[in-house]
Design a protein around this ligand. Structure first.
Ligand SMILES: *Cc1c(COP(=O)(O)O)cnc(C)c1O
Ligand code: SF4
Length: 340
């Protein structure tokens, strides 16, 4: 098999740190260090320590570098900084809003949609997002091949399953050799045709788009699709653009998903700039998610009526293919509910 990574050498390569594991090794997990690096008051760090005990701070240097120092309203900082508001109690915001994390994490997979099996591959992530609906489920699962047994058994047993969705944590927190092995095990099941990967890594640590990743994504029989989680245009720097370019040039369809977040991207101009930038990079905006009502994230919520209004404004302003579907997850419902 030709080396597709080298064929895809057109776009500029990703710079700064050569190895994504080294980048993650330098991730900031200490609130005092974060505030020192960003020129924020030490009191901000003290306040952050409480919520960080429940769901730790985790931000790699590649993401940190895109945050404006000294600005507490920076849209990237707001996504990663533990805040007092997380302690606010609201009975409508619960630890498992989608009502599926426990079974999914216990056996490593979940079936909710015809033809598709969602596999929870890993408890790890490239960054900790304060609004994450899995913030109360941090157990690492299915990290070794044996833990895949249950999902592979389910896949093998049901020939109507044509697509596997790798979700997390973040599936790209696993090493490429592990993922390549998983892909080849799936390839051995004749009715499995597609492998979809939902990940925030190419945005947070663009160095994760390695030659090895491109090789296993493109080497086999399966059609691989990537859905990148991106929330703000300032998240897309030159390295991220290059990483997305490498995926697209290698022939991988790249779609995006965005969570609608108050203070971060709940404005028409920010969303329009984000989606236009994505299509410029040949990434198709797929989903805009209504925030899952997870305990600790209530301060991020944008009212659904406001979200619908934003989508209508986007439709008036952007090409049709640049406007994602606005969806929400409803516990117990067989599918995502399309809001607009
Ligand atoms: C969102 C989701 C999917 C994928 O749905 P698509 O509409 O195909 O993007 C699959 N399984 C589960 C459990 C999901 O929550
Ligand atoms: S990368 Fe995804 S799974 Fe991980 S914390 Fe952020 S939103 Fe949650």
């Amino acid at each position: 098999m030709a080396n597709l990574a080298s064929q895809a050498s057109g776009p500029p390569s990703v710079s700064i740190y050569p190895d994504w594991r080294a980048v993650m090794g330098r991730a900031v997990t200490d609130t005092a260090k974060l505030c020192q690096v960003l020129g924020l008051a030490p009191e901000t760090a003290v306040v952050a320590e409480g919520p960080a005990q429940e769901f730790p701070l985790l931000v790699p240097p590649t993401y940190l570098a895109r945050i404006r120092p000294g600005d507490l309203q920076d849209p990237l900082l707001l996504q990663i900084l533990p805040k007092m508001e997380e302690a606010a109690t609201n009975s409508e915001f619960t630890t498992d809003p989608v009502g599926e994390s426990t079974p999914a994490h216990d056996r490593g997979w979940l079936r909710k949609y015809p033809g598709r099996l969602l596999m929870v591959t890993n408890g790890g992530c490239g960054v900790h997002c304060r609004f994450c609906f899995r913030r109360h489920f941090r157990r690492p699962v299915a990290q070794c091949p044996d833990d895949w047994a249950s999902a592979l058994q389910e896949l093998t047993a049901d020939s109507t399953l044509h697509e596997v969705i790798l979700s997390g944590g973040d599936p790209l927190a696993l090493e490429d050799d592990r993922l390549a092995e998983l892909a080849s095990r799936m390839e051995a099941i004749p009715h499995v045709r597609r492998l979809r990967i939902h990940t925030r890594f190419p945005i947070v640590v663009p160095q994760r788009v390695t030659d090895e990743l491109l090789n296993w994504l493109c080497a086999g029989r399966l059609t691989t699709v990537m859905v990148v989680h991106v929330n703000h245009p300032a998240e897309i720097d030159a390295d991220v653009a290059a990483a997305l370019g490498r995926l697209v040039a290698a022939g991988v369809p790249v779609l995006s998903q965005t969570v609608l977040l108050r203070g971060v991207n709940g404005r028409i101009d920010v969303l329009a700039e984000l989606f236009e930038r994505l299509v410029d990079l040949r990434v198709i905006p797929y989903y805009l998610h209504q925030l899952d009502r997870v305990a600790g994230a209530a301060h991020f919520e944008v009212a659904p009526e406001e979200g619908v209004r934003l989508i209508q404004q986007l439709r008036a302003r952007l090409p049709g293919y640049a406007v994602p579907r606005y969806v929400r997850e409803v516990a117990g419902q067989p599918g995502k509910v399309v809001l607009a």
